[in-house]
Design a protein around this ligand. Structure first.
Ligand SMILES: [Mg+2]
Length: 369
């Protein structure tokens, strides 16, 4: 079997409500659908889903990098020689993690289809039969609006909340306190500062937030500030989680070797399944658990996250939650049938590859020209 062509299609799908985090806000998702075609007629489906305020990749750069740098290298390669293909992807150009992750997802889908097994089987098989974590993202707003949002979600049975903060430390403390008051002492709260704080000046406010009983604190300081992460991890009792600082296995080696993170947030759209597996193995070896983040993908990227979550024992799906259906965030999705069941549970069938197919009519509708 040989790879004959790689196709890239830029898509825009509006979000149901704006997603506001410390580094920026978005009202629309920008994605790139990636299809790897073969001479056997099999097609691997992948998706790149960069977040404008946190990723160096853009939809335009992804299309350019995949078409001009990665596709020519993979042309004629047998996808079942997977490690060889992955090495060609990762040495095609430095950086460009989201572009590489999108092709990595398509390659895993293709190999699963070629071998007749689901992607979770390629990753080592199931360690869970189903995942049923109901959680809510609380985007940055006034303390009152955020508390109302959390209370409304709690009314629907949600007991775990990811609170986005990081823009204004004094108001952030009011935000987290208002949410704790609204949802009560039993709810699991974690905060994500998205690089908005400085280690030296915001230790005090993080200490005050610790008193509100947090599961963990995610990426408090900029990705480059490994020493700041280490100082906060030393000073606080609440675990410190690295997200934007942990794109590659090398990033994670550096963070763990100097005690700069107690947890690593793995995102398949920023690392791809191969490097995410390596990151998970590094963490498991070091006795560090992983959580899963999302970057708001559509149904193909979501399926890749779900296969990873079903397969990886060291990923703590209770503590970190798992991205559910894109329809919780977007007005529409591009897959025909989601990997999330109607009751919100992620179960996954034994269908080959990621087990999803695209709706061509929706591709045409959301295609960006
Ligand atoms: Mg994060």
């Amino acid at each position: 079997m040989k790879i004959t062509k790689i196709e890239t299609i830029a898509l825009t799908v509006p979000l149901l409500r704006p997603a506001v985090i410390a580094s920026g806000s978005a009202s629309t998702g920008f994605h790139v659908l990636i299809r790897i075609h073969t001479d056997a007629g099999l097609i691997g489906l992948g998706e790149a889903s960069p977040i404008a305020s946190t990723d160096a990749d853009t939809p335009g750069s992804i299309v350019e990098v995949v078409n001009k740098r990665i596709a020519p290298r993979l042309a004629g390669c047998d996808p079942r020689r997977t490690q060889e293909c992955l090495a060609l992807i990762h040495t095609a150009i430095p950086g460009n993690q989201c572009a590489k992750a999108g092709v990595d997802i398509a390659l895993h889908d293709l190999v699963g289809k070629a071998l007749g097994v689901p992607v979770y089987q390629l990753l080592g098989g199931r360690c869970r039969d189903a995942i049923n974590v109901i959680e809510a993202d609380i985007w940055i707003d006034t303390p009152e609006a955020m508390a109302t949002m959390a209370k409304e979600a709690a009314g629907r049975g949600v007991s775990a909340f990811e609170i986005k903060i990081g823009k204004d430390p004094a108001v952030d403390l009011q935000r987290v306190a208002a949410i704790r008051k609204a949802v009560g002492p039993g709810a699991r709260l974690r905060i994500d500062c998205n690089e908005g704080y400085a280690a030296g000046t915001e230790l005090r406010v993080l200490r005050a937030m610790e008193a509100l009983d947090l599961v963990y604190i995610e990426q408090p300081v900029p990705r480059w500030d490994i020493d700041g992460m280490r100082r906060l991890a030393d000073a606080l009792d609440t675990p410190i989680c690295a997200d934007q600082g942990a794109y590659t296995p090398q990033d994670v080696m550096r963070l763990l070797s100097c005690g700069a993170a107690d947890l690593i947030c793995i995102k398949i759209p920023k690392s791809g399944l191969f490097h995410a597996s390596t990151i998970n193995a590094i963490c498991e070896t070091a006795g560090v658990r992983c959580t899963l983040g999302s970057m708001l993908p559509l149904g193909i990227g979501a399926a890749a996250i779900h296969h990873f979550a079903i397969a990886m024992r060291n990923v703590d799906v209770e503590m970190g939650g798992v991205y559910g259906s894109p329809l919780d965030y977007f007005v529409d999705d591009i897959v025909q049938a989601s990997t999330v069941a109607a009751d919100g549970a992620i179960r996954l069938s034994d269908a080959p590859g990621l087990g999803v197919s695209v709706d061509e009519e929706k591709i045409a509708r959301y295609r960006r020209t």
